[in-house]
Design a binder for this molecule. Structure first.
Ligand SMILES: [Zn+2]
Length: 276
């Protein structure tokens, strides 16, 4: 048999064989076969490798009542969303290690702050404020809250000094306007070290310049006017010092963080007080 014909004959045979395999199937078996075939097709989603949907984000399931296939959103999509939110959150690898599990509660006040932070992360209401003593674990506890909320909402971390430098660099151009706009609207915003940008008075106290105060007002006023946004703030300043810098900012933070306001005294014992 010429080589060409032989090839054709094999092709026909294989077609016939395929046919003979498919033909005796019941319609349900056929449907299941087609579902399996489609479910086995790999998808193109990246970020994590899912054996259930083969990275398509969905799979087909046979509905025996209606005798058809239904498309099911794969459970990996929630994890993919969480990964995407984390990548967009601005949290560095180092910050991602700051969780509730790694937070040390070695004293009475750290235990109380820990309990309050856990409660806020579980059922956020208003804003969360931590002021005072440098090195008291403020960033750790606030980042832990942010990471919990990130599992449910879009969230952003900003280090005030870096963000204000970025905004100033692009002052009044579209990037800077977009940047501020995102901070005004994101569901959860954590501002780390508010007003710590290098400007201090002769006593070493933070003294933000008018441009900085302006930017902070713009972001915080917008967030204050939306009831359903969560704002977390850490700063070495106390509320009364924030009031002196700018009454509008200080009073809005005080009002919104009524339930969750912690100020760590600047003394070696690091006592904490609340100023309800
Ligand atoms: Zn999946």
């Amino acid at each position: 048999m010429p080589e060409k014909i032989k090839g054709l004959s094999e092709l026909l045979d294989s077609k016939m064989n395929q046919h003979s395999v498919v033909h005796p199937m019941s319609s349900e078996e056929y449907e299941l076969y087609m579902i399996k075939k489609q479910n086995d097709q790999p998808g193109k989603l990246d970020g994590l490798d899912c054996s259930i949907c083969k990275n398509k984000g969905y799979y087909l399931r046979y509905d025996s009542e209606h005798h058809n296939s239904v498309q099911v959103r794969c459970e990996c999509m929630a994890r993919r969303d969480a990964i995407r939110r984390l990548n967009q959150s601005g949290l560095s690898q180092a910050l991602q290690k700051m969780t509730f599990e790694t937070y040390q509660t070695e004293s009475d006040w750290t235990s109380k702050i820990y309990a309050a932070a856990k409660a806020y992360a579980a059922t956020p209401a208003g804003w969360f404020f931590m002021g005072g003593q440098v090195g008291a674990g403020k960033t750790h506890i606030c980042t832990a809250i942010l990471q919990e909320l990130l599992k449910r909402y879009p969230a952003r971390y900003i280090l005030w000094r870096d963000e204000i430098a970025k905004i100033n660099a692009g002052r009044n151009d579209q990037t800077s306007i977009d940047c501020i706009g995102r901070l005004e609207n994101v569901k959860v915003l954590y501002i780390d070290d508010l007003f710590k940008s290098g400007n201090r008075d002769s006593n070493g106290k933070l003294r933000p310049n008018p441009g900085e105060v302006n930017t902070a007002s713009q972001i915080l006023y917008a967030r204050y006017n939306s009831d359903d946004l969560y704002t977390i703030i850490s700063t070495e300043l106390f509320i009364d010092e924030l009031l002196q810098i700018d009454e509008g900012i200080g009073s809005r933070i005080a009002e919104r963080s009524k339930e969750y306001r912690f100020e760590v005294d600047r003394n070696p014992a690091r006592n904490w007080r609340t100023t309800h």
